[in-house]
Design a protein. Structure first.
Length: 509
């Protein structure tokens, strides 16, 4: 289609509302799939006779594949047309979701999750680009704000929905659920947006940059996922992965800043505001996502809660998030966005730090206040950071900036998942060893249990089970302290960002 033949006017009223709904729903299911199986990991691991750490590969494989696809979404849109890419991505996502539900082994499920992530990766940047094409300039911020609410709601709704499905009709339905939604959005979206198709342009693709990107990201992720099983850097295999990852990363950076058509235009990072905001998003989202992984795992493995209950605990933070999002968008026009973001991260840090005094006697009601606080705080960070980060880059580099922001968000989720599970496992073993040493002086406890009818072996077994439970909670407390520290430091670092005028005018130096 010739560019001059595109409709001269953007969408209005009912058609615009319908378009935003379709794009939001498409984005929603892609982000939902990063967390919907978080609480189902014990179920999945049990179904395939795997460990919980191996079960988390189902999460990290999806996130890594999605991260790798984001940078090429612009090239795909230029090469095949933005509407065709949207349609094919959604239909492919539906297909691989169905196949994930039918997977017979953990290895096959991980492979299909990779294909599912590759299909879903382009949907977020493609949706952003389409909104900018179809929305009237006066309504663009409002439409983007409505669309961005999916990024807030989906991660917290996912665990609750996944928990209910896992405890009732089975975890496989977390994948089957995507099929009618993705397929409907793909077919309906094609007819809705086909008049806004972009002109096809045969840009060269940076195959070397893409290969280096895949090598360093995949090598680093495999190192994180398997490091615990190989005694980390005592293993030549893990050391080799680290060397490959670091070497490929530096080669990738050098190549991308010198190539004429880079797959990831790193030159946009020369703008200090954008570079700092990207780093802020990476650490903040990584720490937040790590908490979404760790809490339901501990509730199920350490406390014996069901997946539904664990999902319910996480979902509480979404209750006020939806209501707070419009207020966050409104306040951005009135006050310094740095203040909103810094305050929000401090609230997140305080809420996550409050989990560091967990005990095995904790009740569900004690989760409510911190979870509600997290829900209120989330929009006041994520809405401003995504919106203002692009303000630090010139309009000609907005596409490159959006690509990097989305790439870092998905990469942070993948790294955080592997890192937090590994850290918790390692700390649990360390704490248990210390408790076992203490048990050598626990003869009085054993005598008391044997006097109550337990055999000596049964008493030892009961004491060991209790020590593992206590080790888990001590370890989870330490990890939550570390995550809260990351968020607090990131909150302080936000003030290094250049100041934007409240109405998103030019950068104020």
């Amino acid at each position: 289609m010739d560019q001059s033949r595109l409709p001269p006017l953007p969408m209005e009223r009912t058609k615009l509302a319908l378009a935003i709904f379709v794009l939001s729903l498409a984005t929603f299911i892609v982000i939902l799939d990063t967390t919907i199986i978080n609480v189902a990991v014990p179920h999945i691991a049990g179904a395939f006779a795997a460990s919980p750490s191996e079960g988390t590969w189902v999460i990290t494989s999806y996130a890594v594949a999605e991260a790798l696809t984001v940078p090429v979404s612009g090239w795909l849109a230029n090469r095949f047309g933005i509407v065709k890419v949207l349609t094919v991505s959604l239909l492919s996502f539906a297909l691989f979701s169905a196949l994930c539900g039918l997977a017979s082994t953990l290895e096959i499920l991980i492979l299909l999750r990779i294909l599912q992530g590759l299909s879903g990766g382009p949907l977020i940047p493609i949706s952003q680009t389409l909104i900018m094409r179809i929305a009237p300039p006066a309504k663009l911020e409002t439409m983007m704000g409505l669309w961005m609410m999916t990024s807030i709601v989906a991660p917290v709704l996912g665990p609750m929905l996944g928990g209910i499905l896992a405890d009732t009709i089975g975890w496989r339905w977390a994948f089957y659920l995507n099929v009618p939604i993705a397929a409907s959005c793909g077919i309906f979206g094609y007819f809705l947006f086909r008049d806004w198709e972009t002109q096809v342009q045969k840009y060269a693709i940076d195959f070397i940059g893409l290969a280096l990107l895949c090598i360093w990201v995949v090598a680093f992720q495999i190192m994180l996922d398997t490091g615990e099983n190989h005694a980390w850097f005592q293993s030549n295999y893990i050391l080799a992965l680290l060397i490959v990852s670091i070497t490929a990363f530096f080669l990738f950076v050098i190549w991308e800043i010198t190539d004429n058509y880079p797959i990831v235009d790193l030159r946009v990072l020369r703008h200090r505001g954008f570079a700092l905001s990207s780093l802020t998003l990476f650490f903040a989202f990584g720490a937040f996502f790590a908490s979404l992984i760790l809490l339901p795992l501990w509730l199920q493995l350490g406390m014996g809660y069901t997946a539904t209950t664990a999902g319910y605990v996480l979902a509480q933070q979404g209750l006020l998030g939806v209501l707070a999002a419009p207020l966050a968008a409104y306040l951005m026009k009135k006050v310094d966005s740095r203040f909103l973001m810094s305050a929000a991260l401090m609230v997140l840090a305080a809420a996550i730090f409050s989990r560091s005094n967990f005990a095995t006697t904790i009740g569900l009601e004690q989760f409510r206040l911190p979870q509600l606080a997290i829900g209120i705080a989330l929009p006041f960070f994520f809405v401003p950071i995504v919106t203002t980060s692009l303000q630090f880059a010139p309009r000609t580099e907005t596409a490159a900036a959006s690509s990097i922001i989305n790439f870092l968000r998905t990469l942070a989720a993948a790294i955080a998942t592997a890192a937090v599970v590994s850290a918790w496992s390692r700390e649990t073993i360390t704490k248990h060893a210390a408790l076992v040493e203490f048990q050598s002086n626990s003869g009085s406890y054993i005598r008391r249990m044997t006097q109550n009818g337990l055999s000596h072996g049964g008493a030892l077994q009961t004491l060991d089970a209790l020590s593992w439970q206590q080790a888990m909670v001590l370890a989870v407390n330490d990890v939550f302290i570390f995550l809260s520290l990351i968020l607090a430091l990131t909150a302080a670092g936000i003030w290094l960002l250049p100041r934007l005028a409240p109405a998103h005018g030019p950068v104020l130096h």
